[in-house]
Design a protein around this ligand. Structure first.
Ligand code: 0PR
Length: 398
């Protein structure tokens, strides 16, 4: 650290220079991210209320009230306006907290609480949860549509199982697990069911409103105990804004940590963080009110239109195919003739940043990805495939 600070102007100038190598959503070249440019209104509000700390909500009772309202709006969106919940730092914290609550519930009921069953497609946050809670994670097979195989889940359930996880919008392909069937298993065996709708929670309800056929995934399934839903993904809220909704408020209260000495008065922390952003909550409240169901439906419809353009474009390129028809604005790219790792490298050379999974590449058609970016991408994707095919022919002819 410098002994004597430099002027604010110099700092800003230096930052501008130093940060040029960061990618920008404006470029349209970030194709593999579930985050996007925050909505302009959210950006404005976020910077106005930076000091609000919901780790000590007694000091900020009005912000705390807005959080209750956000939770109630999200609950209503996800089939239960009485849901309880909290805005978290992201989907990871929400998923870890849900697994902790599930483990505690099972112990309270005199069960062993040793194992969770998640789909093979589950986000890494469940591996983190298992590690932190020191429990075993068992991964259930996927079917040919990349959804969890319910029979495999059923077979893997034992008396040690304390939670089952279903995903509504998988990280890799945006597929939705058969939550109804998982809910039946959970109810039948008395096991906690958590739904990770970190991404899909801000997409599926609006797709439904737009007339798309959407599988049932929310609290309307009786076995669903909690849902992760992240405003900082398709909700267009500033980072950090995840969300954890619980069907039963009692579970929140019973599993929180009492902090008696707070300046605002005693409060029970139900999640991992202590000090946490109130600005993000206020910004989320503002967006839910400003955009409303109609505004979000418009955004989701636009993303889906672009997804279809991308889908058709990929299908026209020889040698490429989709692993599965997109359920939402996430697309996989698979190839039987070129190595997708090499394809990814080729695209990276041209400045495109996609997600890379072992078998396929992933594109998330977020609001910052416009039609013109997709058209440009498709043309460079086709040339990248041709370059790889040409180099393959060259190698095999030597
Ligand atoms: N659940 C699901 C289904 C997710 O896809 C993710 C993150 C999480 C939970 C965890 O959410 P947080 O990252 O908020 O804790 N999915 C994205 C992914 O892994 C996260 C991400 C976002 C990665 C932007 C890259 C990026 O540029 O793809």
């Amino acid at each position: 650290m410098k002994l004597r600070g430099i002027s604010a102007k110099e700092v800003l100038r230096e930052l501008e220079e130093r940060l040029v190598s960061d990618m920008s959503y404006h470029s349209g070249r970030i194709l593999g991210s579930m985050c996007t440019l925050p909505h302009p209104l959210a950006r404005k509000i976020f910077s106005r209320y930076l000091e609000k700390n919901l780790g000590d909500p007694g000091l900020f009772p009005a912000t705390f009230q807005l959080e209750r309202e956000v939770i109630s709006m999200l609950g209503e969106l996800l089939g239960n306006s009485n849901a309880s919940g909290i805005i978290t730092s992201g989907g990871t914290e929400a998923n870890i907290s849900a697994m902790r609550i599930a483990r505690n519930v099972s112990r309270k009921n005199g069960r062993k609480g040793k194992t969770i069953i998640v789909p093979e497609s589950a986000h890494a946050s469940f591996d983190k949860a298992a590690d932190l809670l020191d429990v075993k994670i068992i991964k259930a097979r996927l079917d040919e549509e990349y959804r969890v195989d319910v029979d495999d889940v059923q077979e893997k359930v034992t008396s040690d199982t304390f939670a089952i996880v279903g995903i509504a919008g998988t990280t890799a392909l945006g597929t939705v697990d058969p939550i109804e069937a998982l809910s039946d298993i959970a109810e039948d065996k008395g096991i906690y069911l958590h739904v990770d709708a970190a991404f899909g929670g801000f997409v599926l309800p609006f797709l439904e409103k737009a007339g798309f056929r959407v599988p049932s995934f929310d609290f309307r399934n009786e076995g669903v105990c909690s849902i992760t839903v992240d405003p900082h993904k398709m909700g267009m809220a500033p980072i950090p804004a995840g969300g954890l909704l619980l069907r039963d408020e009692k579970l929140f209260i019973e599993n929180s940590f009492e902090i008696p000495y707070l300046a605002g008065g005693k409060y029970n922390h139900p999640i991992i963080l202590g000090t946490r952003s109130g600005a993000t909550v206020i910004a989320t409240w503002a967006l839910l009110n400003h955009l409303g169901v109609e505004g979000y439906t418009k955004i989701v419809k636009r993303c889906m239109r672009n997804t279809r353009i991308l889908e058709r474009g990929i299908q026209k390129i020889d040698g490429l195919r989709l692993p599965v028809k997109p359920t939402m604005n996430i697309i996989g790219i698979l190839s039987d003739i070129v190595d997708v790792c090499k394809l990814d490298l080729e695209l990276r050379k041209k400045g495109w940043a996609l997600g890379k999974f072992p078998e396929f590449l992933r594109i998330v058609v977020m609001p910052h990805v416009k039609k013109r970016h997709i058209i440009e991408f498709l043309s460079e994707l086709e040339s990248a495939v041709q370059i790889l095919l040409a180099s393959r022919t060259l190698t095999s002819s030597i």
